[in-house]
Ligand binder design. Structure first.
Ligand code: EPU
Length: 358
């Protein structure tokens, strides 16, 4: 079926920050052939193409010229690794699951739990789509996508070919991948294959999660044997609901800034000045600092600036209090960055992608 191209479409419902923005042209594609046709049409009409998924990690700073394509490709398939040969060790429990890019992340985490395929439970309730997940290498509660990704397929807009990337060629880092750099605007992720396990191996190393698990077990009189992936998923959902606003109720894009990674000299200098600064040591001797703490120290947690604000339970989240424009939101982001820079000499990096800046 040919994709339906609409003109002057409001994108407010297509971004979880609910920012007002109009796409000059818009279409949603649910089949690979539709994606190819939409790209061809954009090429022949000389339209710039912008790809969106669930809209949970984008800032629409203004209207979007050209064609906005929303990826709605669907489908899930799986293959038990043992079926392919005489796998031993961890591979004997491995199942490779391939998700089309438009599948909703959290729904698929729950689907996998239902199937008895484990490994995604710590990443429960993250908004967005499967295809967007590798771009920023989503991560939470001690697990990141890169730990599970085996490969992905992407359409190369330069050659028109499908390209397969293994984990290494995705160049994953903390909230980072090739698709934010050399692959930016070049590749359109169409499916993602994750290696899960039929053996439950809950990872509760993240302090906030282990505290929640311990408290739950104490309250219910349970031993550590009772810790199942399903329980971990439920507790992660509970922690997230306590701290992170539901975009449907209070529009936001999750963490607005990356947690900065400091090298040892800067870390030591800051620790000498701010003894209680939380920090997560890194292999290079430096540390990752919670940006939320830096923002809170600047007195900005819960700050309100007209229609925008800093969330009062998690300072890393910027919110649209109702009728904000992208410009207002970016002005608040600028104020936050400037305050942190002045007080700590740390330059915070904005995490979501910004579109529509003239
Ligand atoms: N903290 C504060 N003030 C706050 C919130 C947190 O000082 O308002 C400090 C505390 O010291 C706390 C520490 O920050 O112990 C860490 O807080 P939290 O566990 O909430 O994690 P985070 O570093 O703020 C990161 C991710 C989240 C992810 C959580 C849990 C980034 C940019 N963010 O946040 O990811 O859910 O860890 O693993 O790395 C997202 O990317 O959208 C996202 C929500």
């Amino acid at each position: 079926m040919t994709p339906v191209i609409q003109q002057n479409v409001s994108l407010r419902a297509f971004n979880t920050l609910a920012l007002p923005s109009t796409a000059e042209y818009f279409c949603s594609v649910s089949e690979h052939s539709q994606l190819l046709q939409a790209l061809e049409l954009a090429r022949t009409s000389a339209l710039v193409v912008t790809i969106i998924g669930g809209g949970s990690n984008i800032v629409l700073a203004g209207d979007i010229p050209g064609l906005v394509i929303q990826i709605d490709l669907r489908g899930v398939s799986h293959r038990y690794v043992t079926a392919a040969g005489n796998a031993t060790g961890d591979l004997a429990n491995a199942v490779d699951v391939t998700f089309a890019a438009g599948e909703n992340w959290h729904q698929q985490v729950l689907f996998c739990l239902d199937q008895g395929w484990y490994g995604l439970e710590n990443l429960s309730l993250i908004p967005g789509t499967m295809g967007a997940a590798p771009i920023q290498n989503i991560g939470a509660y001690g697990v990141e996508l890169a730990d599970r990704l085996i490969s992905l397929q992407a359409l190369d807009r330069q050659s028109g070919e499908l390209v397969c990337f293994d984990r290494q060629s995705c160049e994953f880092g903390y909230r980072d991948s090739l698709f934010k750099h050399a692959g930016y605007d070049r590749y359109i992720i169409v499916d993602v294959t994750l290696r899960l396990s039929t053996k439950p191996e809950p990872n509760i190393s993240y302090p906030a999660l282990s505290a929640a698990v311990e408290a739950f077990c104490r309250r219910e009189g349970l031993t550590s044997e009772a810790i199942t992936p399903r329980l971990v998923s439920n507790l992660v959902c509970e922690i997230r609901r306590q701290k992170l606003p539901d975009p449907a109720l209070l529009p936001n894009a999750g963490s607005f800034f990356k947690n900065p990674l400091l090298k040892q000299p800067q870390l030591n200098a800051l620790l000498a000045q701010f003894e209680d600064m939380p920090n997560y040591p890194q292999p290079d001797g430096g540390a990752k600092i919670p940006a939320a703490w830096l923002i809170e120290q600047c007195g900005l947690k819960g700050a309100e600036r007209g229609e925008v604000g800093v969330h009062d339970r998690q300072a890393l989240v910027l919110i649209n209090r109702g009728q904000a424009s992208g410009a207002e939101l970016l002005a608040l982001a600028g104020e936050v960055r400037q305050s942190v820079e002045q007080r700590f000499a740390i330059s915070l990096e904005i995490e979501p992608r910004i579109y529509g800046v003239n």
